[in-house]
Each structure stands twice: as structure tokens, then as C-alpha cells.
Write a protein that binds this ligand. Structure first.
Ligand SMILES: [Zn+2]
Ligand SMILES: [Zn+2]
Length: 118
């Protein structure tokens, strides 16, 4: 079986015979890099699988390292059991109105149990 020319070799050949023009004298980025991905796009090519992967990985890391959107304080119904649970869900100290609501709910439950026992 004869050795097939690799995609890189074919591409180098296209540049060598002048079918493609590289920007300046920069060496070609190997496939599987975002630089090669952009080269595909610049040439109007369908990006090859390794290049698509590289681009996807970059986008994923950019998304992962992006600062998390700050929690909006306004959407907690403060002074209610739900508000208290929202605080807990966010692993933060519940505010005073929410703590009060929590204690009131606890008292009400305790009272209800006592009433039933009687
Ligand atoms: Zn490629
Ligand atoms: Zn609160």
C-alpha cells in the first residue's frame, strides 16, 4: 500500500503551486488547532474534524472560565420560607427576615404537632 499524502502535505502543495496564498511567511498551523480552524474558514473550507474539535475545546474552556453571572439578590422572596431556602441553596447566610420566617414556620409546625398530640 503506497503512502497517501497527508492533508498537511496536500495543503503545503497547494501553497507551493500558488493555488493558495498564505499570509506572510508564517508556517502553516497543524490541523487540530484553532489557527488551522480559522484557516479553513478563511479559505471557505469545511473545517476538518480535528480543527472543529480544537475550536470546540477553545469555546468550552472560554465558557468554563467565564465569570459566573452574579446572583441577583432581588429574586429572593425575603421574609418567607422560600426565601430562606433560596439562601440555603446559594450556600449563604440567610438574612434576618428570612431567618424570622424560618423560625416562625418552625414554631408553627411545633405548635401544630402539639395541638395534634392533645
Ligand atoms: Zn483542519
Ligand atoms: Zn433573605
Amino acid at each position: 500500500m503506497s503512502a497517501e499524502p497527508s492533508e498537511m502535505e496536500i495543503e503545503e502543495l497547494l501553497y507551493a503551486i500558488g493555488l493558495r496564498h498564505r499570509n506572510g511567511n508564517r508556517p502553516l498551523a497543524p490541523h487540530g488547532t484553532t489557527a488551522a480552524y480559522e484557516r479553513h474558514l478563511n479559505h471557505g473550507d469545511e473545517p476538518c474534524e480535528p480543527c472543529r474539535q480544537a475550536n470546540n475545546n477553545l469555546k468550552r474552556t472560554q465558557r468554563d472560565t467565564a465569570a459566573p453571572t452574579p446572583a441577583k439578590r432581588g429574586d429572593i422572596p425575603h421574609g418567607t420560607m422560600r426565601g430562606y431556602q433560596r439562601h440555603q441553596y446559594r450556600r449563604e447566610q440567610a438574612c434576618e427576615p428570612c431567618c424570622k420566617a424560618m423560625r416562625a414556620a418552625g414554631r408553627a409546625r411545633y405548635q401544630a404537632r402539639k395541638d395534634r398530640a392533645l
